[in-house]
Design a protein around this ligand. Structure first.
Ligand SMILES: Nc1ncnc2c1ncn2[C@@H]1O[C@H](COP(=O)(O)OP(=O)(O)O)[C@@H](O)[C@H]1O
Ligand SMILES: [Mg+2]
Length: 343
C-alpha cells in the first residue's frame, strides 16, 4: 500500500511535561489506523535532541542517533518523507508555537493550531488579556515579572500588595502546564515561597483570585476549513484540594462526569464561550477550553490548551467520544484538518 498517508508523530520535548507527552503519543500511535497511515516516530529528548525511534512505546529502538534539530534534519528521513506532522508535545518548546514555526515557515502540513494560537495560549497572561478585551470572563489576576521581582521590594511595598490581595489566591507560572509550579496560597506568609516556585518555571507569573469551591468544566474544540465544532462539556472532580499534578497523573483518583451535570441553558452558554474563545485566540484544529464555575454558576475561562492531553483517559478525546466521535475518527479529522491548512 503506497497510498498510505505518512504521519510524523513528534513527542517528548524539553518541557517539564516530557513524560506526559510520551504517554499521550503512545495513545495517539495506538489509535492511528495503520491501514490508512504509516507512522514515523520522532522523539525529542530532554536536551532538545531529536531522533527517529521505532514507536513511542519503543524509545530505546532508535533508528537514528540523537542530534540537534538542524543536524537531525540532515541525517534522518524526515521532512522529505512525511506528508503531515503531528506534534504531541505539551508545554514550552512544542505547545507554544516554536515547533509549529518550523513547519509554517516551510509550508509543511501539521496537525493542530499554528504559531499565533499556540504562542498565545501557552501564555496564561496573554490569553487572559486577549479574552477579557473581547468580554470573555476570566478570574482577576495580578502579573509579576522576574526582573521586577516583588520579593526584592522593600517590606512596606510587599505589605501593601499582599494586603490588597483577597486570599486564598493561586500563584502560577504564566507558561507551564500540568499544574507544575502552581500553589494555592491561603495567607500572606506563604506567598514568598509560592512566588519563588512559580518563577522557577516562567519569567512572568500570576497571582490569581481563587474561585472558591469552583467546579471545573472542560470543552473540546475542533476545527477545519469548514468551521468550528464544540463538544459537550465534561466536569473534572479532583480528589485533592485542587487539580494538581498528583491528581492529574499519579493518584488516578480524579473523577470525571461526562457530560457535566449542568442546566441546558448554561451548557449552551459555556459551549458558545468555548467557540468564541477558540476564534478570538486564533486557534485552529484542536484545543481544550477549561472553565471554572463558581457557586452562583458564573463561569470564567481558566485556560486554553492548544495540545491537550491525549491519553485514552484524557478529557479531549473522551469528550469527543461522548459527543459521537471516537478516538480514531477524531485523529482522522485532525489529520484532514491539518492537511487543509494551507488551502
Ligand atoms: N483561579 C482559580 N480558582 C480556583 N482554582 C484554580 C484557579 N486557578 C487554578 N486553579 C486550580 O489549579 C488547577 C491548575 O491550574 P491551571 O491554571 O489550569 O494550570 P495548568 O496549565 O497547569 O493546568 C486547575 O485545574 C484548578 O484546579
Ligand atoms: Mg489546567
Amino acid at each position: 500500500m503506497n497510498n498510505k498517508i505518512k504521519i510524523g508523530l513528534i513527542f517528548g520535548g524539553m518541557s517539564p511535561e516530557h513524560e506526559i507527552s510520551i504517554i499521550s503519543a503512545k495513545s495517539v500511535y495506538e489509535h492511528l489506523d495503520k491501514e490508512k497511515y504509516k507512522v514515523y516516530s520522532y522523539y525529542i529528548d530532554k536536551n532538545g535532541f531529536w531522533s527517529e525511534v521505532k514507536s513511542p512505546e519503543k524509545l530505546e529502538e532508535r533508528k537514528s542517533n540523537p542530534a540537534p534539530f538542524i543536524a537531525f534534519k540532515g541525517v534522518s528521513p524526515f521532512i522529505e518523507v512525511v506528508d503531515i506532522f503531528f506534534p504531541v508535545l505539551h508545554g514550552p518548546y512544542g505547545e507554544d508555537g516554536t515547533v509549529q514555526g518550523i513547519f509554517e515557515s516551510l509550508k509543511i502540513p501539521f496537525v493542530g493550531t499554528g504559531v499565533v494560537g499556540a504562542a498565545v495560549t501557552m501564555d496564561k497572561v496573554l490569553t487572559k488579556k486577549i479574552l477579557e478585551a473581547d468580554g470573555i470572563p476570566v478570574a482577576d489576576y495580578l502579573i509579576l515579572w522576574k526582573n521586577n521581582d516583588i520579593l526584592e521590594e522593600p517590606q512596606r511595598i510587599k505589605d501593601s500588595v499582599y494586603e490588597a490581595l483577597k486570599f486564598p489566591v493561586f500563584v502560577k507560572p504564566s507558561s507551564s502546564g500540568s499544574s507544575i509550579g502552581i500553589t494555592k496560597v491561603k495567607e500572606p506568609a506563604a506567598l514568598p515561597s509560592a512566588i519563588k516556585k512559580a518563577f522557577e518555571y516562567s519569567e512572568k507569573i500570576l497571582i490569581e483570585e481563587s474561585i472558591e469551591g469552583a467546579r471545573e468544566i472542560e470543552v473540546s474544540v475542533f476545527s477545519d476549513k469548514s468551521g468550528i465544532r464544540v463538544s459537550i462539556p465534561g466536569e473534572v472532580i479532583p480528589f485533592n484540594e485542587f487539580y494538581d499534578y498528583e491528581d492529574k497523573y499519579e493518584l488516578g483518583k480524579t473523577k470525571f462526569e461526562i457530560p457535566a451535570k449542568l442546566p441546558e441553558k448554561l451548557v449552551k452558554k459555556i459551549q458558545k464561550t468555548a467557540h468564541d474563545s477558540f476564534k478570538i485566540l486564533e486557534l485552529y484544529g484542536m484545543s481544550r477550553v477549561d472553565f471554572l464555575l463558581d457557586k452562583d454558576n458564573n463561569f470564567y475561562v481558566n485556560e486554553v490548551n492548544a495540545i491537550p492531553g491525549f491519553t485514552s483517559i484524557s478529557m479531549y478525546p473522551r469528550l469527543w467520544k461522548e459527543s459521537g466521535i471516537g478516538y480514531s475518527e477524531l485523529l482522522d479529522l485532525l489529520i484532514q484538518s491539518g492537511l487543509q491548512r494551507y488551502e
